[in-house]
Design a protein around this ligand. Structure first.
Ligand code: SAM
Length: 277
């Protein structure tokens, strides 16, 4: 048995301990990335092997938030992949505009940049007042940052180009109050975004949402879990509701994907048709 076989046993024990002790089930996360995340935690916890982490997981429940934070990859940007936001503006917003009220679920929101980008898009197309965005994640540290809505001025400047490429007309900084090198999101935008802890592996449906945006989250899941999540999305969406996935994700590999029709194949935008899952 070589070192890598032993690491596989340790990762299995880690996953088992997280599920049975804390109710967080990582069994269906893609193995390679889970292994990297767990290895990256060793130093922070003062351990040299994953096996040494097990007593901490079992006997120190106060470490759970930091373990969950380390397992999640809260990398995000405002207007990430600008053509996607441009397609939402031209292909999806005109349909959403026909509804009197809009509920939008943004799953895997990390530190909030994507949820605020959606809110800005809705503001620019005149739909924000009738909209509520529910932005969810399992990483409470990331959610706390998202709640604050404060970002360094230099990254807001960097995101301004993506906003422009996404079809934004106003200067992105105008949606923030800038002071001391930071920008705080405008309360008028903030009021339409609610952040909450929600685990796509274990938690239930959201009712009657008109659009779900879940990008760069399912790439961390195996096909079984992708199927569960697509099923959850299908149950949460209204008929003809939209689903927007990340550039490396799609609905084709899962049986639950059959209830979606393609709106924009390249940009991974789909629509719930109500077909058999
Ligand atoms: C790479 S970020 C994507 C952020 C954003 N959607 C984007 O594309 O810029 C992935 C996020 O998914 C979250 N995540 C991972 N597993 C999750 C789960 N089971 N339920 C909810 N969120 C999860 C992570 O905590 C992380 O914040």
């Amino acid at each position: 048995m070589d070192k890598s076989d032993i690491e596989t046993i340790e990762i299995d024990l880690f996953v088992e301990a997280m599920a049975r002790r804390h109710g967080y089930d990582f069994r269906h996360y893609a193995k390679a990335s889970l292994r990297r995340r767990v290895a990256g935690m060793l130093d922070a916890l003062g351990c040299t092997t994953v096996a040494e982490m097990l007593p901490l997981i079992l006997h120190q429940p106060e470490l759970l938030p930091s373990i969950l934070s380390n397992l999640s990859v809260p990398v995000t940007e405002m207007f990430r992949d600008p053509p996607v936001f441009k397609a939402l503006r031209t292909e999806v917003i005109p349909v959403l505009a026909t509804y009197p009220r809009l509920n939008i679920w943004q799953a895997g929101c990390a530190t909030g940049e994507e949820a605020y980008s959606l809110a800005i898009l809705l503001a620019e197309t005149g739909l924000l007042e009738r909209s509520q965005i529910y932005a969810t994640d399992i990483n409470d540290a990331a959610l706390a940052k998202a709640e604050e809505g404060i970002y360094p001025a230099e990254i807001i400047t960097k995101y301004a180009e993506s906003h422009r490429l996404a079809g934004g007309s106003l200067d992105l900084q105008s949606y923030f109050s800038m002071a001391y090198g930071f920008g705080k999101i405008d309360p008028a935008i903030r009021a339409h975004v609610s952040f909450a802890h929600h685990n796509l592996v274990a938690d239930g449906v959201f009712c009657e949402v008109n659009m779900i945006v879940c990008r760069n989250v399912m790439i961390y899941f195996d096909t079984l879990l992708q199927n569960r999540v697509l099923d959850l999305f299908g149950q949460s969406l209204v008929r003809n509701g939209f689903l927007c996935l990340g550039s490396r994700e799609n609905v084709a590999f899962a049986a639950a994907g059959r209830q979606f029709a393609t709106v924009n194949k390249i940009l991974r935008i789909y629509k719930k048709t109500g077909g058999e899952a």
